[in-house]
Design a protein around this ligand. Sequence first.
Ligand SMILES: NC(=O)c1ccc[n+]([C@@H]2O[C@H](COP(=O)([O-])OP(=O)(O)OC[C@H]3O[C@@H](n4cnc5c(N)ncnc54)[C@H](OP(=O)(O)O)[C@@H]3O)[C@@H](O)[C@H]2O)c1
Length: 263
Amino acid sequence: MKVAGRSALVTGASGGLGQAIARRLASCGAKLVLSGRRADVLEELASELGATVFAADLSDADSVRELAAAHEDIDILIANAGLPASGRLESFTEEQIDRALLVNLRAPMMLAHALAPKMVARGAGHIVLMSSLSGKAPAAGSSVYSATKFGLRGFAGALRAELHGTGVGVSAIFPGFIRDAGMFEDANVKLPRGTGTKAPEHVAKATLRAIEQNKGEIDVAPIALKLGATISGIAPELAATVTRKAGGDEIAAQFEAGQLDKR
Ligand SMILES: NC(=O)c1ccc[n+]([C@@H]2O[C@H](COP(=O)([O-])OP(=O)(O)OC[C@H]3O[C@@H](n4cnc5c(N)ncnc54)[C@H](OP(=O)(O)O)[C@@H]3O)[C@@H](O)[C@H]2O)c1
């Protein structure tokens, strides 16, 4: 599906990756609806891009329903909103676990559930689900986050199979560490020397490619990280040992400290 002239709903559009995705889609001629909680940030971006704004707290089921009901005719859904939910399991309250599941997993599922049938009826549409390499490779300090991102991967692949032949595509994107803006940049984590990063624009470009070429899955990370995620899928114990020896626990502690305020 070409995005020019199509309508697209971007959740998490007030965040680092969402802003880059919105700019990219707008530059290709999409008509955008921007969502997030921070209406002031969304309004500023919307006036730059000629988009409209629909603020919603995605941890609230009624708000998710209202967002979907107001955009039944949307051609493209980019379910990008998410919170980092980093830290060891025992450091979470039950309420924080719930919020991570609601925002990162239930909201994308509810939006897809509400919007996909309308896309199918029109014979065209695309749904992009923003996962993470943490949705392919688990590590200490990401039990809650990984649960949501592995969940999104499974949801995306299965929904893609269900919608095969309907004209509606489903894609999952798996960013690694993204510099310059977004939840990794905000956390101020010092990665081991040589660990590569990508920019928000790379995620935006991958999102566009996912829609226009109907790709099932796209990793957005340097080759070494992609390889690590692949090995984790084939030999999880080996990957876990290598990650531990490379200082995984220390990095996990940095993420927990740097992202506590986003739980
Ligand atoms: N940055 C990375 O390195 C990286 C790597 C892998 C995957 N990802 C994924 O990429 C996506 C975007 O992340 P980012 O880096 O752009 O993070 P970010 O800058 O922290 O932005 C997160 C976005 O999610 C929205 N959000 C959070 N809680 C919400 C809620 N309760 N209701 C509605 N919206 C909510 C935020 O909007 P408000 O604050 O306005 O509510 C914001 O727009 C996430 O799904 C993340 O897991 C990021």
